[in-house]
Design a protein around this ligand. Structure first.
Ligand SMILES: Nc1ncnc2c1ncn2[C@@H]1O[C@H](COP(=O)(O)OP(=O)(O)O)[C@@H](O)[C@H]1O
Ligand SMILES: [Mg+2]
Length: 330
């Protein structure tokens, strides 16, 4: 397994404040790493160091085999960076922006124009190619910025909060584009504060909080690490919850929790589906009427709560948009 990005013991002080406290990252070539954490966790600081824009206080960074600190110029040829705020010239059209970037990279006039056209098509912007970038929607501007980062076909692309502030439509478009990048074999380091985004896009996730790695693994592993599935049973109207709770306590792990407002009882279970069948049989034997039962895996929200001992910070939960979730599920 070759590593496209390797970060070891990254430490960064701003004055006396240690904002990165020993970050390690390993990203195998052709995979997506999600760097997940709340506002102020140190995501941007990390990606700025990885992309040569900022020097660490100590630590080592390699990108595509190049030591970023010793040879930043060469490392830059391996990297594309697209940030949270689009860096484009709003007076130029989309086409002109990309052609200019290509020219800056030393491509010929003809190659620059061809590459600009190619990228506009790939990012779904061909209809707006001739329009001033200043008239673009937030999502379009962000995709144009990403296109600029792809001009030289870098093997490693770094995306700092690519969908923060976008509406659901813009977010979906960006997710599609990132998915296509990955299908082409590009290695992606993506920061996000959206749990569902990391869940959807990343092969592996590194959760950071206050400059430290607090967990890593695939979304599945992170979810499994905090315990089994959850079984939720909805009682029929007027059904006494007490006996149902007793039955669920026998099949589950730990104490069942009751949500009286929804007539629901939830319990953590080991083997979700098998336990559900057993629970339904026992509830039926006990003459307890239920309306519904379902098993679900913990969400990354649950993971974050369990890791940090606090609910995802307000910012995180505010950012969750149920519309987006529905759209990606459908
Ligand atoms: N130039 C700077 N000077 C001082 N502190 C900074 C500077 N940039 C970021 N910080 C601090 O470093 C911490 C991490 O910031 P950042 O990497 O931007 O977090 P994130 O991108 O995860 O929101 C925050 O506490 C932030 O206030
Ligand atoms: Mg940031």
């Amino acid at each position: 397994m070759s590593l496209a990005v390797e970060v070891q013991g990254l430490i960064k002080y701003y004055g006396k404040v240690r904002v990165l406290d020993g970050i390690d990252l390993e990203i195998p070539s052709g995979t997506v790493m999600g760097l997940l954490g709340p506002n102020g966790a140190g995501k941007t600081t990390t990606v700025r160091i990885v992309t040569t824009l900022l020097a660490p206080s100590s630590g080592r960074v390699q990108v595509a085999g190049v030591d970023v600190l010793k040879d930043p110029a060469r490392a830059r040829t391996r990297l594309g960076l697209s940030g949270q705020y689009a860096a484009i010239d709003t007076n130029l059209s989309g086409f002109e922006n990309l052609r200019m970037v290509a020219r800056l990279y030393g491509m010929s006039h003809k190659r620059s124009a061809d590459r600009a056209t190619e990228l506009l098509a790939a990012l779904g912007l061909e209809h707006a190619a001739g329009r001033r970038a200043g008239t673009y929607s937030g999502g379009m501007a962000r995709r144009l910025d990403l296109a600029g980062a792809l001009v030289c076909r870098p093997p490693v692309v770094v995306l700092d909060e690519p969908t923060t502030g976008l509406d659901p439509r813009g977010r979906l478009d960006m997710w599609r584009v990132i998915g296509e990048l990955v299908d082409d074999g590009t290695t992606v380091l993506l920061t996000t504060q959206y749990l569902e985004e990391a869940d959807l896009l990343a092969d592996r996730i590194t959760v950071i909080d206050r400059g430290r790695v607090i967990a890593r693994g695939s979304a599945d592993e992170l979810k499994t690490s905090i315990g089994g599935d959850k079984l939720t049973v909805t009682l029929a109207a007027g059904q006494d919850p007490k006996p149902a709770k007793q039955v669920l306590a026998q099949v589950g792990i730990g104490e069942p929790l009751e949500d009286p407002a929804a007539d629901q009882i939830t319990v953590v279970v080991g083997d979700g589906t098998r336990t559900m069948v057993e629970a339904l049989r026992r509830l039926d034997d006990a003459g307890i009427c239920i309306l519904d039962a379902d098993v679900h895996r913990p969400s990354l929200d649950d993971v974050f709560l369990s890791l940090t001992g606090k609910s995802t910070d307000r910012k995180l939960s505010e950012c969750r948009t149920d519309t987006v979730q529905e759209e990606i599920l459908s």
